[in-house]
Design a protein around this ligand. Structure first.
Ligand SMILES: [Mg+2]
Length: 229
């Protein structure tokens, strides 16, 4: 019995990872004369993973990791002008308007008539709250939660606070490790909607084998899935 629908935000409600991807490509171009593109991407990824513990997930941390990567890859040869460009790329990402995925607004409107909706997103608080505000979607949600990690303990803490039994939660998102596995572990339902770019640290090879696991091509198929529950 589904009682609450929880939704992820980045790459579930609005485009996010494709922007990181475009910025990374531009960084590779800036560092062209110092290293091949693949090497830049690999080094940046390594730094991002290492820095997540210190910076958390978000554009500011990503920008600092890009600067660090540029200095290391160029062995200190990167110019102040180029570092300035990298910082400006990060600022441009922070200032971009939100671009919603197809059908998000209509879908939230429709399912919101039947279920309370909760937004659960991971990352830098300022960054995430800015995006939520810019998206214009906040009014659809009964609760909005910005968490540092998306594991079973974090979800359990959120739902305990809401007085919600996780077994009655359907969590919808684009990351199997962050959005799907923890809620399945807590006895709830997970709806995986893949996005065309997956962050390197959200990649997962296998899909879960559970009757409470669902996969959809688009959020627009969510109302039909709910009608069949
Ligand atoms: Mg996401």
């Amino acid at each position: 019995m589904i009682e609450v629908i929880a939704l992820d935000a980045d790459d579930t409600l609005w485009h996010s990872e494709s922007r990181f991807h475009e910025t990374q490509l531009r960084l590779s171009e800036i560092l062209d004369r110092h290293a091949p593109h693949e090497e830049v991407q690999a080094h940046l990824h390594e730094l991002e993973v290492r820095n997540i513990k210190l910076f958390g997930f978000g554009i500011k941390g990503f920008t600092l990791s890009m600067v660090e990567a540029a200095i290391e890859i160029s062995r200190g040869q990167i110019t102040a002008e180029e570092i300035h460009e990298i910082v400006m790329m990060g600022k441009a990402m922070l200032e971009m308007p939100m671009e919603l995925l197809d059908g998000v607004e209509d879908t939230l409107e429709e399912i919101g008539h039947h279920y309370p909706l909760v937004l659960i997103t991971k990352g830098d608080h300022m960054d995430q709250y800015n995006k939520i505000e810019k998206s214009g979607l906040a009014g659809h949600f009964r609760e909005i939660e910005v968490v540092l990690k998306k594991d079973a303990a974090a979800y359990a803490e959120v739902f305990t606070r809401h007085g919600t039994d996780p077994a009655g939660v359907m969590m919808v998102g684009n990351s199997i490790p962050s959005d799907i596995l923890p809620i399945l572990e807590l006895g709830g339902h997970g709806v995986y909607i893949p996005y065309h770019v997956t962050a390197s640290f959200e990649r997962h090879d296998e899909e879960p084998d559970s009757p409470r696991y669902h996969r959809l091509d688009s959020i627009q198929a969510l109302p039909a899935l709910l009608r069949n529950q």
